[in-house]
Design a protein around this ligand. Structure first.
Ligand code: ADP
Ligand code: MG
Length: 340
């Protein structure tokens, strides 16, 4: 037996197995990069459910020509310095672009504010070429073609164009709810276009964006939540019990602006509604948790959708208590089974 060091491409492909599960995960990473770059407009275009094409265009800071090669290199990030517990940006692992480039044909075009021109770098199945000059406005265009062409085993797990296109739509909506001041659009031959114009600031803007995504009926059937306990703040909207759904796709949870799918949070929502919604039905809710980044670990899984709270009981109690209180104050028969 000989021990060898894996090639950079293989290392990236292994990482891609965790970070990039399907087209929607690529979209999530690229959109998060656009948000981290301070964009006010993010445009997403897909074809074939994102399997053949994903293009994300933003008007953010851009990447200087001299840093394009670093942007697609593993463990290179502009977002984290020395403290892994102080994570404020959506990205921080420096893993998305090299992972995507190792399993697809990635083109990254970018232009910074004071540059005379933009530049493009391409990575195809892990092979990097460029940078070379490219024409574009300030910002970044990330284009991903033929996702998983370099890892055919993974390609086999893709669902139909329709199913993948829906998952892409879901992730764009999920991320967009947390950033109402950013204009998002999603288009492509594989879908009906989605336009989410930027809204005003504050909680009105938040509610407007939620209505854009969930429909106007939700604000009319929801109660505002605003509670705080020991430095953890919970804001958002909880649907009234009669406004329930057959699945939990309509529950949106965010931790410091990051969309999460967290079993504890789902469990807390279920607990809050346990006495007023049938077991096989699901409440509609949009919850934003804000807390000191040091009190939550977002580095649990490469896709960054799981989080671990320093004090899970506190978070659960806050969610259950705030939703029950909101429901009872609005005259809806709330839980009588005692405090959490
Ligand atoms: P991470 O987001 O974890 O830092 P990525 O692989 O997603 O890792 O991106 C690597 C780096 O490339 C980022 O840290 C950032 O500096 C740069 N970058 C990527 N996308 C963009 C973008 N749309 N606009 C500006 N810079 C970007
Ligand atoms: Mg990123």
């Amino acid at each position: 037996m000989t021990i060898r060091h894996l090639s950079e491409t293989i290392i990236n492909q292994i990482a891609a197995g965790e970070v990039i599960e399907r087209p929607a995960s690529v979209v999530k990473e690229l959109v998060e990069n656009a948000i981290d770059a301070g964009a006010s407009r993010v445009e997403v275009v897909t074809a074939g459910g994102g399997k053949t094409l994903i293009r994300v265009t933003d008007n953010g800071s851009g990447i200087p020509a001299g840093e394009l090669a670093l942007a697609v290199s593993r463990h290179c990030t502009s977002k984290l310095t020395d403290d892994v517990h102080d994570i404020r940006a959506l990205g921080f692992r420096g893993e998305a672009l090299p992972s995507i480039g190792s399993v697809s044909r990635l083109s990254l075009k970018s232009r910074v504010a004071d540059a005379e021109s933009g530049f493009e770098i391409t990575v195809s199945g892990g092979r990097m070429e460029g940078p070379r000059p490219a024409a574009l406005n300030q910002g970044t265009i990330a284009e991903v073609r033929d996702l998983f062409f370099a890892t055919p085993a993974r390609l086999k797990f893709m669902k139909t164009d329709r199913a993948e296109a829906m998952a892409v739509g879901d992730i764009v909506k999920r991320v967009a709810i947390a950033f109402p001041h950013i204009r998002f659009s999603l288009a492509g031959s594989d879908r009906t276009p989605l336009e989410l114009p930027a809204t005003g600031a504050g909680s009105d803007g938040m509610l407007e964006r939620i209505a854009q995504v969930l429909g106007k009926e939700f604000p009319e059937n929801a109660i505002a939540i605003d509670a705080e306990r020991d430095g953890v703040r919970l804001a958002g909207f909880a649907g009234i019990p009669s406004f329930n759904r057959a699945n939990s796709l309509h529950q949106f949870a965010y931790v410091n602006g990051r969309p999460v799918r967290d079993k504890q949070i789902w469990g807390a929502i279920r607990g809050a509604y346990a006495d007023v919604i049938a077991r096989d039905r699901h409440a509609v809710a949009v919850l934003f948790l804000t807390l000191d980044p040091a009190l939550v670990d977002v580095n649990v899984h490469p896709a960054k959708a799981d989080v671990r709270f320093r004090d899970p009981g506190l978070v659960r109690g806050l969610i259950v208590g705030a939703i029950r209180q909101a429901l009872s104050q609005s005259g809806i028969r709330a839980a009588t089974s005692g405090a959490e």
